[in-house]
Design a protein around this ligand. Structure first.
Ligand SMILES: CC(C)(COP(=O)(O)OP(=O)(O)OC[C@H]1O[C@@H](n2cnc3c(N)ncnc32)[C@H](O)[C@@H]1OP(=O)(O)O)[C@@H](O)C(=O)NCCC(=O)NCCS
Length: 134
């Protein structure tokens, strides 16, 4: 079976999540509800920061979602992430989302991208320093 590696996919980013939306995730038009995609981006975005934070963390900010293409029931969604900033208590990532249509597998359409910031928090929910990497 040949491996498909389209050049349009972001080589600088790590694949952190793949998911197929279901009919229950759709809006009144029959396409996928944007809020569902945003929730998946939040989950996917947390993967790389979790490696650094090693404990509780919370999403403090999400910068600009733009939906360039609809997401459809049955699309294979791929979420790619890249750490763009490690601060004192926070980590920011860039997440790009690509859809592979059921009828055009192996071809990827970029559907959205966002930058998310996660803060390491202590047991009381207050910011704590991101552990120094050894
Ligand atoms: C996350 C939380 C603990 C941060 O507390 P805070 O008092 O606002 O924290 P600070 O102002 O000290 O900022 C902490 C870090 O977040 C960053 N930050 C704060 N606001 C930010 C924003 N709007 N955009 C990007 N980064 C931001 C700061 O730069 C700082 O990072 P650094 O130390 O690496 O420089 C608090 O805001 C909180 O509990 N928010 C709710 C989180 C939540 O429930 N998320 C789920 C949404 S439903």
């Amino acid at each position: 079976m040949p491996t498909l590696a389209p050049p349009a996919l972001p080589c600088s980013h790590e694949l952190v999540l793949k998911v197929i939306p279901m009919p229950a995730d759709s809006n009144a038009n029959g396409d996928i509800f944007g809020g569902w995609v945003m929730a998946q981006v939040d989950l996917a975005g947390a993967v790389l920061p979790a490696r650094y934070v090693r404990g509780r963390m919370a999403t403090v900010a999400v910068k600009e979602f733009v939906f360039k293409q609809p997401v459809r029931v049955g699309d294979i969604l791929s979420f790619f992430s890249h750490v763009t900033r490690i601060g004192r208590t926070s980590i920011t990532v860039d997440v790009e989302v690509y859809a592979e249509r059921m009828s055009q597998q192996g071809q990827y359409l970029k559907v959205t991208e966002a930058q998310l910031t996660y803060v390491a928090i202590d047991a009381e929910g207050r910011p704590r320093p991101v552990p120094v990497q050894s």
